[in-house]
Structures are given as structure tokens and as C-alpha cells.
Design a protein around this ligand. Structure first.
Ligand SMILES: [Mg+2]
Length: 252
């Protein structure tokens, strides 16, 4: 490895962090559940915040006593149907970028020391439908998604593999930043040994996020200057060892 400062991999969550989508995901998922099991089977009572779509569908099925030996297959079929329904149904009017996000992402995209990626509980397809509707899909060349694993904490390793394929860099926890709006994002980042940024623009309050002890807690992502200095300065080069001649003892 060279002596220059390594690039940092910034992995962004989507819902509540980059954008809000006014529950379109839940509505389309409920359509897929109803198409398979009838209108009484819904995702009501299932907590979506910070969780993978795979885990969400698993909970919905369990809540309705739908457990079979083909549980995994069933979840994947529901997710396929959800994804197909989402293809033409997530419109620009369904998504709203959160304050300052567009400016911050454009700036990070241009930063030579930054690689952007996604770490989200969304399916890959629906993640990109949302980002395309918001006009920012091209900023995220890869990511780890809710169809890759039910457990969010398994996603950083998958994101590192994708990043290696993309830019040939072997990232690890110490050069990864995970940015999200839920306690699950912070716990995922912590488990990965990453720098954890929590942003209180989703369904989780700053007080609750604070209890998870993220490395940085922000009300929103509107202050790009502060974000860049706090996050990209999080692993500064070691200060140079002072030359003896620079010692105050030697200054007259
Ligand atoms: Mg989120």
C-alpha cells in the first residue's frame, strides 16, 4: 500500500437518509402480499425502519401464521412480485430528497478520496427505482442490498466485495463510513468496525440514535462543509514528528 491516504468508502442507506418515499414501498409490498394470500395479509404491525426487505416479508408472513418448509422460496417470490410492481410505479413525485443531500452527494462524488456506495435494506431493483426517480442513481455504482441477506450486519462484507470489483480497492472497517437514519445502521457500522454517521431525518429521533453512540450524529445532511470535515477528516494522517530544530526549546 502506498503512503498516500487511502480512499474512503462511504456507504449510504436510502430511506430516511437520502430520501423519503412516502410509504410507496409498503403499499407495493402489501399489493404483492395481497395478490398471493388475499387482502387480509398485509405488512401492518411490521417495523420497516432500518430492516432488510427480506426480513420485513418474513415478519409479515409469520404474523399471519404463514410458515412453510418453503419459507425462503416464498419470501423470494413475494419480493420478486414487489420488485416487478415497483418498476413502473415509483415516480419522481413519490420521492423527496432530504435537505442538502443532493449537494452533499454531488460534492462527495467529485472527491478523489471518496468512493460512494449503498448499504440498504431495499432490494437492489427497488433501491435503484427510488434513486432513479430522485435523479441520483448514477452516483452509486454498487452496493449491498436487502435481497443479498436478511441480516443487515452481513451487508458490509458484501459491499466491500462489490467495491473491490468496482475500483480494485480492498476496503475494510477502518476506511469505511456507514451513514444511516436508524439504530440498525449504527449497529451495522459498529459491527463492521466502520465510522458511523447517524442522521435524524428518518423515523428515529436524535435521542434514540444518540444512545447508540454513533461517531457522528447529525440533525440532517444540509451542512456539506461540516460533513466533509467531520467525516473525511476522521482518519487524518498522523501528525509529523517534530524536527528537533523546530522544538520550542530551540526557538529564540
Ligand atoms: Mg433508513
Amino acid at each position: 500500500m502506498g503512503s498516500s491516504k487511502p480512499r474512503q468508502l462511504l456507504l449510504f442507506d436510502i430511506d430516511g437518509t437520502i430520501l423519503l418515499s412516502d410509504g410507496i414501498g409498503r403499499r407495493l409490498l402489501d399489493e404483492a402480499l395481497a395478490a398471493r394470500f388475499g387482502p387480509k395479509v398485509t405488512s401492518d404491525g411490521v417495523n420497516f425502519t432500518g430492516r432488510t426487505d427480506y426480513a420485513i416479508v418474513g415478519d409479515a408472513l409469520r404474523n399471519h401464521g404463514i410458515c412453510s418448509s418453503e419459507h425462503t422460496q416464498l419470501i423470494l417470490q413475494i419480493l420478486d412480485d414487489y420488485s416487478a410492481r415497483a418498476q413502473d410505479r415509483i415516480l419522481p413525485s413519490d420521492v423527496r430528497l432530504l435537505p442538502g443531500v443532493d449537494r452533499l452527494l454531488q460534492r462527495l462524488h467529485l472527491h478523489s478520496g471518496v468512493q460512494l456506495g449503498l448499504l440498504t435494506g431495499n432490494l437492489k431493483a427497488t433501491a435503484y427505482f427510488k434513486l432513479e426517480a430522485a435523479g441520483i442513481a448514477s452516483l452509486f455504482p454498487f452496493g449491498a442490498f436487502g435481497n443479498n441477506h436478511a441480516d443487515r450486519n452481513a451487508l458490509p462484507a458484501l459491499a466491500w466485495a462489490q467495491a473491490y470489483e468496482h475500483d480494485g480497492t480492498r476496503y475494510a472497517g477502518q476506511d469505511t463510513v456507514i451513514i444511516g437514519d436508524s439504530v440498525h445502521d449504527v449497529r451495522c457500522g459498529r459491527a463492521a468496525g466502520a465510522f458511523c454517521v447517524a442522521v435524524a431525518t428518518g423515523h428515529t429521533s436524535a435521542t434514540v440514535l444518540s444512545a447508540e453512540a454513533p461517531d457522528l450524529l447529525l440533525a440532517d445532511l444540509s451542512d456539506a462543509d461540516y460533513f466533509c470535515s467531520a467525516v473525511l477528516g476522521s482518519a487524518p494522517p498522523m501528525p509529523p514528528v517534530p524536527d528537533c530544530n523546530d522544538s520550542p526549546m530551540n526557538q529564540r
